[in-house]
Ligand binder design. Structure first.
Ligand code: FAD
Length: 471
């Protein structure tokens, strides 16, 4: 007879925690889960889902404008931010309730409150101590804000979804995916957007060509991008607007109505009691785990953003499933995170899977790079000056496709399919032998024939590209 109240106590009802709880319960474990805010976690409440709904909303601006080239006369349109936010809130509430219902339906005990770890087998919530054989830390992450004067006037992705009105002028600080996504959303909905980033190009860590291409497209759309720049201070003016003082341009300042910080996220470990009981934390604040999600204490585990590795919902879910199966299934399962596709729902969006050109060159002595830049067929009539970029990275020796990258309409949808091929080890010949689907942008991925071969010592920036119109 198990002496504990539960076999698994999960702290955090987000993507990773909820999935781990449900799978563990389905494997026969007695499971409880604690959530301090709303079931569904970051992804459902203030991440992927509401963000994507806002991306859809923002797209209509270009759809209305492009329609004219296809014979439509679009009457003057109006946009209501409060109506969008109310519709979004309704959908988020529906989804959150479904998460909770699914937990209850899976025989998981759901609790509300902030939980903390007391010892290797005890958690405390709402003043009550509960014993458990295993503890899963799935508390996610939270936006990081630098401590500059006036930072209390800034908002983060947590607050932007609940603003009462759409600000007319917005400064977005940061160059990561959340920053560029909100630049596209707010610009598309009608705000005047400036993005300020201290690096040399947005989307650090992505393929260099993808970074440059997206940035150029953002600028073409009318987003102001300030590079090598940081904010020194924020000041609230009597009229309610904000004055932004920059770090490296003398006295220059910018007046805006909102400042959105998207300068990274930090793991949610504060107040959890992990330090007190000696759970190892890495230098970035993430809970250290092995390949099976176990910390240095045998009964304490962690999955998802709190481990500060790949902060994506499907990764947190996979880790949650693997952890539950490891603890309560027949064999331990390590999460395979070799080919994790990812998207940036910018405008235009980015889809990417596998190695960047720079990563491939650090692993292979020679690679073949196939690049294509073209105007999507839609824009032959819309008149919009937007280019799609596609890129394949191939290991010259084995001819295995190591990476596929795209900036352009539907990139996330297209890359998800390619991720299967790349995960299975497809070669360039497999791509070439695949019959094209015409007319589509995606067919370019199976018709690219012009390659540039690069040896490890080559200058990464010196290659030309094919440029054409897509008809
Ligand atoms: P979370 O989903 O953050 O869940 C953690 C939960 O723990 C939270 O509900 C929190 O309230 C709760 N909690 C914290 N401390 C305690 C405590 N002490 N006691 C009880 N409960 C506690 N990922 C994608 O894959 N695609 C996207 O398009 C995407 N877009 C994003 C957009 C934004 C703006 C943001 C912020 C994130 C986005 N992400 C996206 C990332 C994704 O949301 C996270 O990777 C994912 O939610 C991580 O899941 P998790 O279970 O680790 O943590």
């Amino acid at each position: 007879m198990n002496p504990y109240d539960y076999q698994l106590f999960v702290i955090g009802g987000g993507s990773g925690g909820v999935r781990a709880a449900r799978i563990a319960s389905s494997l026969g474990a007695r499971v409880a889960i604690a959530e301090s805010y709303r079931y569904g976690g970051t992804c459902v409440i203030r991440g992927c889902v509401p963000k994507k709904l806002l991306v859809y909303a923002a797209h209509f601006a270009e759809d209305f404008a492009d329609a004219n080239g296809f014979g439509w006369s679009v009457p003057p349109v109006e946009f209501s931010w409060p109506r969008l936010i109310a519709a979004k809130d309704k959908e988020i509430s529906r989804l959150s309730a479904r998460y909770e219902d699914n937990l209850v339906g899976s025989n998981v005990i759901t609790l509300y409150g902030t939980a903390r770890v007391v010892d290797a087998h005890t958690v405390e919530i709402n003043g009550q101590r509960i014993t458990t054989e295993h503890i899963l830390i799935a508390t996610g992450g939270t936006p990081f804000l630098p401590q500059i004067p006036g930072i209390e006037h800034a908002i983060t992705s947590n607050e932007v979804f609940d603003l009462p009105d759409l600000p007319s002028r917005v400064l977005i600080v940061g160059g990561g995916y959340i920053a560029v996504e909100f630049a596209g959303i707010l610009h598309g909905l009608g705000a005047q957007v400036t993005l300020c980033y201290r690096g040399d190009q947005v989307l650090r860590g992505f393929d260099e060509d993808i970074r440059a291409h997206l940035q150029a497209e953002m600028v073409k759309k009318g987003i102001t991008v300030l590079l090598h720049q940081d904010v020194a201070q924020l000041e609230r003016l009597p009229d309610g607007s904000l004055s932004v003082g920059f770090a490296s341009s003398g006295d220059s300042s910018l007046a805006v109505d909102a400042v959105l910080y998207a300068t990274g996220r930090i793991p949610n470990t504060q107040g959890l009691g992990l330090d007190d009981i000696g759970v190892a934390i890495d230098r970035s604040g993430g809970v250290k785990v092995d390949a099976y999600g176990k910390t240095n204490i045998d009964s304490i585990h962690a999955v998802g953003d709190v481990t500060h590795r790949i902060a994506l919902t499907p990764v947190a879910i996979r880790e949650g499933v693997a952890l539950a199966k490891t603890l309560f299934g027949p064999t331990p399962i390590a999460t395979d995170l070799t080919t994790v596709p990812s998207a940036v729902f910018s405008q235009p969006p980015v889809g990417t899977v596998g190695l960047t050109e720079e990563q491939a060159l650090s692993q292979c002595s020679e690679i073949d790079v196939y690049t294509s830049i073209f105007k999507n067929m839609r824009h032959s009539l819309s008149g919009r000056d937007e280019r799609t970029l596609m890129k394949l990275i191939v290991d010259s020796a084995s001819q295995r496709v190591l990476g596929a990258h795209m900036v352009g309409s539907d990139a996330p949808e297209i890359i998800q399919g390619l991720a299967i091929a790349i995960h299975m080890g497809a070669t360039k010949a497999d791509f070439d032998e695949t019959v094209a689907l015409h007319p589509s942008a995606a067919e370019e991925f199976v018709t690219m024939r012009d390659k540039i071969s690069k040896k490890r010592s080559n200058d990464l920036s010196s290659f030309s590209r094919k440029s054409s119109d897509k008809t």
